[in-house]
Design a protein around this ligand. Sequence first.
Ligand SMILES: [Zn+2]
Ligand SMILES: [Zn+2]
Length: 329
Amino acid sequence: MMTDISHVDLTTLPSDIWHELSSYLDTGDFISLAAVNQSLRRTITSDYPLLSSLLRHRMNLKYSSRNKRTPYEEIVYRIPSRRCDGCGGMESKPSLIKWNAMFQKGLCSDCRRSQKFKMITQTRAISEYQLDHSDLSPLRFSYAGHSFNLKRRPYYYALVDVQEVSRAKFAARGTTFEDEKRKAEERRQERILHAVNERRRNLIWELGAYGLEMDEDDPSMSGFIEHRATNDRPKLQDIVQQAVRRHYLDHHIPLEEMIKHVENFGYNGRIEDRSVWSVGRLQTVAFGIIAKWEKEWVRNMYMRSDVCECGQKRYFQAIFDKWCDEYDV
Ligand SMILES: [Zn+2]
Ligand SMILES: [Zn+2]
């Protein structure tokens, strides 16, 4: 059989039981208990050791006997500034309760971190929950942050409000936010794939105009296609020009003959020392000669030339002669 608890008379509880109970009760609970009836009120308000212990340990206050308020009145007086409007819990110091203009509540640190009182900027609400300004317009909002530029002070909304508006909006369309988000991600991946294919096609086409082929193993070409570098995205024309230059250096320059020439005549005083005519310099100089003369050579149908795999003529003899002539080697 259950004990009828109305038979327990709280007013007859010994003081040490009240002290024991105080570890289970919020300071405000004592105030509520004191409001139950006259005798309970007398019991609690006259328990000075209990009340001063609550003042000292729970509210961080020293109670002086010169105080005009009784310990009980002091507690009642001090509670509002320590009370969290979110959960009703008490903080030991008023400074731990922070005013939140959005919710119009003083909140403890637990509540400030909780999902219930989370805030979200307008920009994030719109992008992350796929809303627009009109969806947000019925919601309460607040300015927050400390930007001096009033126009740029972000609007904040309550996350719970934003989530609810978003849920209702998608429900009205017979879908859910998660579903739409997944579809949007699929579309994004498709766009990326499409863009990659587009870049590959363009690169193949542009290289083809120079008789060159794409090389998937070439890091600059594959980097261009995949857009791996996010900060420095190379342009198609740059990639093509690099490829053309590399091809000319490898296939359109009589490098072997030039090196042989330097080796044969480099030490007898006729031309500069071999180290000065490094492979790199030979290439640069020959490339410069091509850039300067090729057009003229192409027009000259009597020019001695053979055809490279790229379909362009190459002028080994003419480059070699120009080099000897212009650089006196
Ligand atoms: Zn709280
Ligand atoms: Zn070629």
